[in-house]
Design a protein. Structure first.
Length: 456
């Protein structure tokens, strides 16, 4: 009776047998009748999928959650593991103990079955993708679910760590939570192109084509590294990304609305808070593609590179500033500023067509910049100047010494008002800082903290 087929039975006798046999105990994929080997050589796809299918039958019969356990071992799979029921948990024994090696070239190592599933959990597994074009996790068909304590290694081209698109039905993927996630690529974009940490896309089928992942909470991504793009948010709204550590990305830490259809508004009102970027000199912290609106990024920290590029395309109305509130603050931190050198710090760099655009209806009153410097000790000094479009603003120049804190503001009065419906604060230019340090500047302990303030 302990079989996949019988798992679909719902008679009272079956229910009583299931309740007595399992009593909330996990289903171990190495136990009979599944007999997964976990030796890194045997194809364990069928064995693990059989355990998941059986768990779906148990969950349906008991109307309660069931755990499928992947114990210590390296489990090779050649096709996607499909979670096909509500309340199923696929749980390992830790990212060092349980390794799932996906050798397929399509789909994801773990995904849903084209029917919306709720209250799913995937946790404590190391997922390694070795086939070009394969992803680690696809949560398109999950809502109200949790994914935690996962490491994803991308070993080939065109792979994604965490992927989702709108399911086209308007039911998901919504309200999912991610916690303690690591995604690592090959750190070689020329040899392994198209590696992305997280990608959200719009639905391509169903009654709501264009719908994307909404209201998901992605927190504590401990390391996103060695990739082309960290977070490629082509579609979706109201998603929160917090406590993100990004290293060695080639192009963008975050990209919004990168779907190739100019003007189509799909990445809307997403928020990033608490993001650290230690990256290649070619990378930008964020790019807002044409049509991205109301996306907010605060608490940004950059180290080991000289600038943040806040890049916008032609139609950037409301990109930076939402349509509500009276004060907006973008804050950035810079560290590892070299001694005896002139360094350009670019909190905002815009494209030739773009700028930071505020509708006239928002009644822009003013914008300013405030700079604070915190030091733990040492000697040395530097001259700090504000530039707009490559031209120094004479009303903002500070000579700073170590072991001090200074601050100042400047009103950015030279707006571009050529558009009767909007005010451009940056225009086809940039707002940047230049700091010239002395030879005894303490590169290790001296940091610059920049705030850009807009008042409406």
């Amino acid at each position: 009776m302990d079989s996949i087929a019988s798992s679909k039975t719902s008679t009272s006798g079956w229910r009583k047998w299931v309740s007595g046999k399992f009593n909330n105990q996990p289903i171990n994929v190495k136990d009979a009748p599944y007999n997964a080997k976990g030796d890194g050589v045997t194809d364990d796809t069928t064995a693990i999928q059989a355990a998941i299918n059986f768990a779906e039958g148990v969950s349906t019969t008991l109307s309660s959650g069931v755990t499928v356990k992947l114990p210590h071992g390296e489990f090779k799979i050649t096709a996607s593991l499909v979670i096909d029921g509500d309340g199923i948990s696929l749980v390992g024994e830790g990212r060092k103990a349980t390794v799932l090696v996906y050798t397929g070239t399509t789909g994801a190592a773990i995904q849903g079955d084209a029917t919306l599933r709720n209250y799913v959990t995937v946790s404590d597994i190391f997922i390694r993708c070795t086939g070009s074009g394969a992803d680690a996790l696809d949560f398109t068909w999950f809502s109200y679910s949790e994914f935690k304590n996962l490491r994803m290694d991308l070993r080939e081209s065109n792979q994604i760590g965490v992927f989702a698109k709108g399911n086209g039905l308007g039911t998901g993927p919504y309200y999912n939570r991610f916690d303690n996630i690591v995604v690592v690529g090959k750190n070689d974009v020329s040899g392994f192109p198209g590696q992305v940490g997280v990608q959200f896309k719009r639905a391509t089928s169903g009654g709501l084509t264009g719908d994307g992942p909404n209201a998901n909470n992605l927190s504590d991504f401990g390391r996103i590294a060695g990739l082309d793009i960290g977070f490629d948010i082509q579609s979706g709204n109201g998603n929160l990304f917090s406590n993100i550590q990004i290293e060695a990305v080639e192009t963008y830490g975050f990209a919004f609305n990168n779907h190739g259809t100019p003007g189509l508004e799909k990445a809307l009102a997403n928020k990033v808070h608490g993001c650290r970027l230690e990256s290649n000199s070619t990378a930008s912290m964020v790019r807002f593609y044409d049509g991205a609106k109301n996306n907010v990024m605060t608490g940004t920290y950059v180290t080991s590179i000289n600038s943040i590029n806040w890049v916008n395309d032609s139609d950037i109305s409301n990109v930076i500033f939402p349509n509500f509130g009276s004060l907006y603050l973008m804050d950035f931190s810079f560290s590892n500023i070299p001694a005896n050198a002139t360094t350009i710090l670019d909190p905002i760099t815009t494209s030739a067509e773009g700028g930071i655009r505020f509708p006239v209806s928002m009644q822009l009153i003013g914008a300013g910049i405030a700079v604070n410097r915190f030091v733990s000790g040492g000697v040395g000094s530097g001259a700090l100047k504000l530039y707009r479009g490559g031209v120094q603003r004479t009303d903002f120049t500070f000579s700073v010494a170590n072991a001090t804190r200074f601050g100042g503001t400047v009103t950015m009065g030279d707006y571009d008002t050529s558009d009767a419906t909007a005010v451009y604060i940056a225009g086809a230019a940039s707002i940047g800082l230049q700091i010239t340090t002395t030879a005894d500047w303490n590169q290790t302990t001296a940091d610059i903290y920049v705030q850009l303030v807009f008042v409406t």
